[in-house]
Design a protein around this ligand. Structure first.
Ligand SMILES: Cc1cc2nc3c(=O)[nH]c(=O)nc-3n(C[C@H](O)[C@H](O)[C@H](O)COP(=O)(O)O)c2cc1C
Length: 355
């Protein structure tokens, strides 16, 4: 199988598995977080302002549609539905890895449809850090141009690569490639994990490399170890995949480690507007969701609109009951943190320079 056919059909398998099977694993930590209730909120639910700022852009809601797809025929209507809903709701969106279309330009339309459906929306291009290292800045430029993107997400997915047959097992040189891109590129660069989280130490290296923002993509939502295990159940790698399906830093713990160090998107197991409010209170700038929007996107633009509006309404209620009329105020709301999440956060504070 040629490389581009391989990439494209693997992406189709991923979509099918993600809608048909149970692909979530691990613990995000959101159930360990409670927002402090405001008995007298002193704001009006109808006037709660969910508007958020990120990389000098104003969004109507901090909900960000995290990267999912592109590069095969099935992806075109999905991306069109997501993008049209993003445009109408004034929110941002990332496309899936553009590798397949960079290898085979005939597949570009499943990405370019996003800009056609969302002429004004904040869009993020997407490329793997290994492809960046191996193909250089030219691929990043082409990815951004393809959708006229405002930013590029460079994704790190070494957990997935380690447990999938034929994965990229050599991560050497990726940080230098990222730093080179940040130096030479005018478009903001976001480093994005895909389900295993970012530690405080990793964040420090990323800021030093020059990234504009981090999408911490923590544990507790879609598990790529699990998806790969389901895709190739009869391989030796499948055993490793199941062993490592809850490997990683839970989203809430990762957020506690990274918040306050620079612009952050909290992704990984965000499943409601209430989770979004919790993430904001813990310091997130935007909240990414992928899996909850996939089935609606396969259905219609209206289904995506309905899902987004529902999450935004929930966020508004959580903000109101926390006494926060704005996202800025929500980011100052106090939280109670219990259980494993509290223990992990405490452990981290006890060892300031530890891993
Ligand atoms: C079907 C599907 C495909 C994905 N493809 C990509 C991708 O191509 N590039 C990427 O950076 N992340 C990709 N992701 C990861 C998501 O952007 C996100 O980081 C992860 O799924 C965690 O969010 P969730 O728990 O809300 O799904 C994909 C997720 C899903 C569900």
């Amino acid at each position: 199988m040629s490389e581009e056919i391989g990439t494209s059909s693997r992406k189709q398998d991923h979509l099918r598995i993600c809608v048909e099977k149970q692909v979530e694993a691990g613990f995000s930590g959101f159930s360990d977080v409670r927002l402090v209730h405001a008995a007298l909120p002193e704001c009006s639910l109808g006037e709660v302002d969910t508007g958020a700022w990120f990389l000098n852009h104003r969004f109507a809601s901090p909900l960000f549609i995290a990267a999912m797809t592109g590069g095969h025929r099935d992806a075109l209507p999905i991306n069109r539905n997501l993008a049209a809903a993003a445009e109408k709701n004034g929110i941002g969106m990332g496309v899936g890895s553009q590798r397949a279309a960079l290898e085979n330009p005939d597949l570009e339309d499943s990405f370019t449809v996003v800009r056609e459906a969302a002429p004004r929306a904040f869009l993020c291009a997407n490329l793997g850090v290994v492809q960046l290292r191996d193909h250089g800045i030219e691929w990043a430029e082409r990815a951004v141009e393809m959708i006229d993107a405002q930013a590029i997400c460079i994704h790190a997915n070494f957990l997935q690569e380690a447990v999938m047959p034929g994965g990229d097992h050599d991560a050497r040189g990726c940080l230098a490639a990222l730093a080179g891109l940040c130096r030479e590129f005018e478009t903001p660069v976001i480093l994005k994990e895909t389900g295993a989280g970012i530690s405080r130490e990793a964040a420090g290296r990323l800021w030093a490399a020059g990234v504009a923002a981090i999408d911490l993509g923590g544990l507790g939502g879609t598990s790529w170890a699990r998806v790969e295990c389901l895709r190739s159940p009869d391989t030796p790698e499948a055993h490793i995949g199941s062993r490592f399906s809850d490997w990683g830093i839970p989203t809430v713990v990762s957020l506690a480690e990274v918040a306050g160090t620079g612009p952050v998107i909290a992704t990984g197991g965000v499943r409601s507007g209430l989770d979004m409010a919790k993430a904001l209170a813990l310091g997130a700038d935007l909240c990414g969701m992928a899996l909850p929007l996939l089935a609606p996107a396969m259905e219609s633009e209206e289904a995506v609109m309905h899902a987004i509006e529902g999450f935004t309404r929930e966020l508004g209620v959580a903000m109101f009951l926390s006494g926060a009329g704005t996202v800025k105020a929500m980011r100052k709301v106090r939280t109670y943190i219990t259980g494993t999440t509290r223990q992990m956060m405490k452990k981290r504070q006890e060892i300031p320079n530890g891993n």
